[in-house]
Design a protein around this ligand. Sequence first.
Ligand code: GLU
Length: 512
Amino acid sequence: MAERRVRVRFAPSPTGPLHMGGVRTALFNYLFAKKNGGDFLLRIEDTDQTRFVKNAEAYIVESLKWCGINPDEGIGVTPEGPYGPYRQSDRKTMYKQYAYQLIESGNAYFAFDTPEELTKLREKGEQEKNPFVYNYKTRMELCNSLALSKEEVEKRLNSGENFVIRFKMPENQDIYLYDEIRKDVHFNTNELDDKVLYKSDGMPTYHLANVVDDYLMKISHVIRGEEWLSSMPLHVLLYRALGWEDVMPKFAHLPLILKPVGHGKLSKRDGDKLGFPVFPLFWVGDEGETASGYRETGYVPEAFVNMLALLGWNPGTEQEIFTMDELIKEFSLERVGKSGSKFDPEKTKWFNQQWLRRKSGSELAELFAPILAEKNVQASTEYVAKVCDMIKERIVFAQDLWSQGYYFFVAPESYDEKVIKKRWKADAPAQIQEFIEFLKKETDYTSATLEAKAMALIQEKQWNVGQVCNCLRLAVVGAGMGAHLFDIFEMIGKDETIARVQKALDTIKVAE
Ligand code: GLU
């Protein structure tokens, strides 16, 4: 058989903000598609109207866009491109025929049990510690087209009675399946129930819509979270029952992203407790509830994507920093592990730090612009870019650009007491006074020249270099940190340098 074109899909349900685990699923699908010269589709699975959240779809689209995970088809693709309609609610009428096809072939049946009746059975099962399952054991005692007479079924259907269509799970069959990540998996059909495929509201359930769409969209590989592994036998049986086995996609179930401490799946609560986001973007729900996101916390998408890629996949080398193109080149499902990977918030920060360092001054200036606007600071892009180049080694988040670089834009408002105590000794004022005279005489304010001359002066006067330079730093920065001192002088210029040093001299009292 000729190799199939690789076509994969990300198929989220719009039930809330997209979790970072979901973004990772999308990413792995995208990497796999691009690596194999295939297509990546975005399909919104919104058949469960009871869990529908209005803002969720736009959030999914925006999140993928921020990460640079661009669909070739489906929701979120520009209208000029091959556009959807890959929203299942828009395709609603199309699924019915497949549900009926399954009834005709004896693989599904009508069930008339009311929600109240089923609730009662579940409650009874709970009380008797014998959970109720709609399956091969119970189906003949329930209200469905297998148990009722043909006439009775006709009558109910003709009178417009509510019904669902259920899959008739075959009895006691061993199903041996292959998962690209988990390898051989085995199920016995007696462990499975008769899932609802088509609901009384005229909507398919996830299972039916998912399989039908994967078939119609010619999906070659289903790459999704591990929580769907238990649905795999049903999906495979649906493929078989619908006569589509020869074009059934391959399956790959991705391992869970685990809590940084303890056991289990990473949750929003872990993020709240340990102070990190679990969502890509800031989220505002339909009721106004909010949740923090990586973007607004100061992460750059390259770092977020890089971190996610290494949660579950490994390149087989020591390399840790990957661009999207490098990930595409290196990615393979063979290198996705079976076991869950612990999320590491500190490592995530490290990735951000590394990625910010790799950015050019002008790229960082773009990130800095909104922060500067908020502080009411005006400066040329060129100046801001230069500043960014000088401080990028010191930042972890975009907003650190201000805490690490404010003094390039505004004079310090206070002076660090600890530095005063340590450095502003009795002989400091006289030295700083003399230094001001030197600064006033200088005309060449380029960093290297100024430094050479200042060092010559300090040597000639036999001052303590550390003390003088720290006092000067205190004067221009207000603290014991910051960029190279003479670079700061050059950047803020002669007048501002002298004004700041003079002000420090006038304000700071010699430490006791
Ligand atoms: N709609 C399912 C979800 O929300 C998709 C699972 C799948 O990819 O088959 O994750």
